[in-house]
Structures are given as C-alpha cells and as structure tokens.
Design a protein around this ligand. Structure first.
Ligand SMILES: [Fe+2]
Length: 182
C-alpha cells in the first residue's frame, strides 16, 4: 500500500486540466491521503497523467527529513530465502525511500557453501551492483546458455545487467555482500 496526499494529487491532476476522480478511479481516502493498493497502480496513474513518477514523491510527500533518511542498523526488514529447502540468502534491507522507488539496497548474508546447491535465479528486471564486504563469494551466472563462475574477494565489486541469471554462494568462511538493485 502506498499513500499520497490528496492535495498533491489534486495539484498534479489540475496541472493536466483533469479532476482527481478522473485520474484516480475507485480510490480509497484516509485522512487526506489517497491509498493506492500497489506500487503498480501509482505507476499507472503517473503514466496516465504522463508525468514522471518521482513527482508523486516530491519533498512535501517524501519520507526524507531535512533532505535525508536514516535507517539504523538492525531496524530494516529482513528475510531468509529458501531454495530447494536450503537456506540460501538472508536479505537485510538497507535504507529505502519513496523518492527513489526503484532503488533497493541490501546487505545479503550467504548461507550456501556447497556447489551442488547452487541455484541460479531467473535474472531480474533491475540492474545490480554488488560489493563484497566479508569472506570469499563465488558468483555463478549464465550468459548465452554458458555457465560461468568467479571467486570474489572482500572489496571486489560487480555489475550485473538485467536478465542475467545469477547466484552467490560462500566459498570461504561466512560471506556477505552489499547489493544495490536499481
Ligand atoms: Fe540479483
């Protein structure tokens, strides 16, 4: 669920010579906020108005304070994924902001050490930049149906283009990386 101030949506609609109920159909209103059921719906509305998505989340509606947002260590959302019954990654969310809806920064703990348990993802729509913070990370990926792998040490970084299937396992000790999807 994403909420955007009704006044702000009204301004944006008026900018397009439209009424708010012509722009946002079947909306729910709570305390002067329009409640969107999903991020997709916000995107559709921006496309309908033909305005940049970011204009929905300007300074007034943003979750920034004095131009910044702080997320304290350990306060972010965290989830451990399973692949074929094995604990694979623990995703620890770093700071996110509604002013950059497509930016997803993560600290990822790698649980798999065994080559036999490598499971590539299907590749994703976002671009990804990875930085190794701990241990030795073995990255597997696929390009033109060819399987590839490389060991990455602390301080190494990688860029992965959208659609490239990939996986990270721990080649030595407890390994961890930072991943920025955008
Ligand atoms: Fe990824």
């Amino acid at each position: 669920m994403i909420t955007i101030s009704k006044d702000h949506l009204q301004d944006l609609s008026e900018g397009r010579k439209m009424l708010i109920n012509e722009v946002v159909k079947e909306f729910k209103e709570e305390n002067g906020q329009i409640v969107f059921p999903s991020f997709e719906k916000v995107k559709e509305t921006a496309e309908f108005l033909n305005i940049p998505l970011a204009s929905f989340f300007d300074e007034e509606n943003s979750d920034l304070e004095s131009g910044v947002k702080v997320l304290r260590d350990g306060e972010g959302f965290s989830r451990t994924s399973l692949k074929n019954g094995n604990k694979y990654y623990t995703y620890n969310h770093l700071v996110t902001t509604n002013t950059e809806p497509s930016l997803m920064p993560l600290r990822v703990e790698l649980h798999v050490k065994d080559e036999d348990h490598v499971t590539l993802n299907g590749g994703h729509g976002s671009k990804e930049m990875v930085y190794i913070t701990k241990g030795v990370v073995r990255m597997h990926w696929e390009h033109n149906k060819e399987q590839k792998s490389i060991d990455l040490n602390k301080g190494d970084s990688v860029y992965i283009k959208p659609g490239v299937p990939h996986s990270f396992i721990s080649a030595q000790d407890d390994s961890e990386l930072l991943a920025f999807n955008y």
